[in-house]
Design a protein around this ligand. Structure first.
Ligand code: FAD
Length: 154
């Protein structure tokens, strides 16, 4: 038996999750299908983690120039591992923030890869089923409207 929604959105990146929140705010039952982490490229591997790394580099460069400004900071050591760990933490926090936003706005998040079908149906395969294509029956979800926010990976 297929789950029924007013709107199904494929992809939980910035395009998809913002669209999902708006659609739910307008009173439509909304499903967001995401095959990986909520937040998409921007939150998980793009804008957010790169800016977190850049901030580490910025702090190191400030400290290296500090003497010129009359501030004694001593020898500056950098640790890329620590910077990377922090960057991952910031991304994960942001992704959980998107998850919270979905709950708050009553958007149903369906984990898996969606494939558009005729008749406004989307079949969703779990990650384990993507790796083993022959296994499992994809879960169908139906809607009046479908939107794609599947980004470059579509
Ligand atoms: C290194 C880097 C740095 C960047 N920095 C910036 C920046 O500073 N500022 C800025 O504005 N932009 C930046 N960008 C660009 C920004 O990341 C993208 O513009 C933005 O992520 C696009 O959002 P989107 O929702 O369209 O797609 P995406 O973020 O790609 O999200 C698509 C989502 O759909 C999911 N998906 C795809 N197909 C399916 C399917 N069949 N079923 C289920 N889920 C699916 C994917 O898993 C993904 O989560 C950067 C990009 C990169 C790579």
């Amino acid at each position: 038996m297929a789950s029924q929604f007013d709107v199904i959105i494929l992809g939980g990146g910035p395009a998809g999750y913002v669209g999902a929140v708006r659609s739910a705010q307008l009173g439509m039952s909304t499903a967001l299908i995401e095959k990986d982490k909520l937040g998409g490229v921007c939150v998980n591997i793009g804008c957010i983690p790169t800016k977190a790394l850049l901030h580490s580099a910025y702090i190191a460069s400030l400290l290296r120039e500090a003497k010129e400004f009359g501030v004694e900071a001593g020898a500056v050591k950098t640790d890329y591992g620590v910077a990377m760990q922090r960057s991952r933490k910031v991304s994960d926090q942001n992704s959980r923030g998107v998850e919270f936003l979905m709950k708050k706005n009553k958007v149903t998040v369906v984990k898996g890869a969606g494939v558009l079908q005729p008749g406004r149906e989307v079949k969703v395969r779990k990650r384990s089923e993507i790796r083993h294509e022959h296994r499992g029956t994809p879960r169908p979800v139906r809607s009046r409207t479908q939107m794609s926010g599947a980004g470059d990976s579509a």
